[in-house]
Design a protein around this ligand. Structure first.
Ligand code: MF3
Ligand code: CO
Length: 250
């Protein structure tokens, strides 16, 4: 596992700030009648304006700048002119950028309009699961503490966590060791140390945990067709506790 220097962390704060700003703009633009392709163009334009580069475009052949996963789509939804958002949609927005040689990566899920009470509860639970995972990202703790905190939060609400996709270390590369599962047992796995930067990204399903990938080779959907939500932060482990590099208001 690659530990970051103070200078690395300062660059990662800059990358995280770009990711936050772009994600906020895209979230505000995710209204009924807008296509997900329009949101992709917005994300790319705002990123380049800030002197950064979209991290996902071309990564392992991914064709767009942002992943937009609607309703039963879990992650890696590909933006399309044909996918027009409708009132009540549950829209996962996952975005990464590169600035100064370092990556930032974050996701959030928004409702188009007010959304149903069930959808709102799923979204708020997934946000809380990320919060619990971040709180567990402390020096002296273990990787399994993070997964356990996420899993406990999701399952206490009657939901399930996806097993096939995990969080990751992040830095000069989008995906660095270690993998960060959204499940596990406290007190197990690698030790967490200052300088470790992790992308923690719970995917929470309203129903069963199973997912499958569509014929486009990317879009992951719930096997049971029920809703899914996704939140992600890039988090640095410091002596003073977790520092969220992609938080609001930075
Ligand atoms: N946040 C996701 C991840 O860390 C997004 C990657 S999508 C890809 O895996 F297109 F870049 F692959
Ligand atoms: Co990620």
């Amino acid at each position: 596992m690659q530990l970051k220097s103070a200078d690395d962390l300062s660059r990662m704060r800059d990358a995280g700030r770009v990711v936050r700003a772009v994600l906020d703009e895209v979230a505000a633009a995710a209204v009924a009648g807008v296509s997900t392709a329009e949101l992709d163009r917005l994300a790319e334009a705002r990123t380049i304006e800030r002197g950064a580069v979209p991290a996902f475009k071309g990564y392992l052949g991914y064709p767009a700048s942002i992943c937009i996963s609607v309703n039963e789509e879990v992650v890696h939804g590909i933006p399309s002119e044909r996918r027009v958002l409708r009132d009540g949609d549950v829209v996962g927005l996952d975005f990464g950028a590169i600035l100064g040689g370092f990556h930032g990566d974050a996701a959030e899920t928004v409702l188009v309009g007010r959304g149903s009470p069930e959808a709102a509860r799923l979204v708020e639970t997934t946000r809380a699961a990320l919060g619990a995972g971040v709180e567990a990202a402390r020096a002296g703790g273990r990787l399994g503490d993070i997964g356990a905190a996420v899993q406990r939060t999701a399952e206490a609400a009657g939901y399930s966590v996806v097993r096939e996709f995990v969080g990751h270390g992040i830095g000069r590369k989008l995906h660095e060791p270690p993998q960060v599962p959204n499940f596990g047992a406290p007190g197990t796995g690698a030790w967490l140390r200052p300088g470790l930067v992790l992308a923690i990204e719970p995917m929470v399903n309203a129903g069963l945990p199973g997912v499958r990938t569509l014929e486009d080779g990317w879009t992951a959907v719930t096997e049971d067709g029920r809703l899914s939500a996704h939140f992600e932060h890039t988090v640095a482990i410091t002596e003073e506790g977790p520092e969220i590099l992609t938080r609001a208001g930075i």
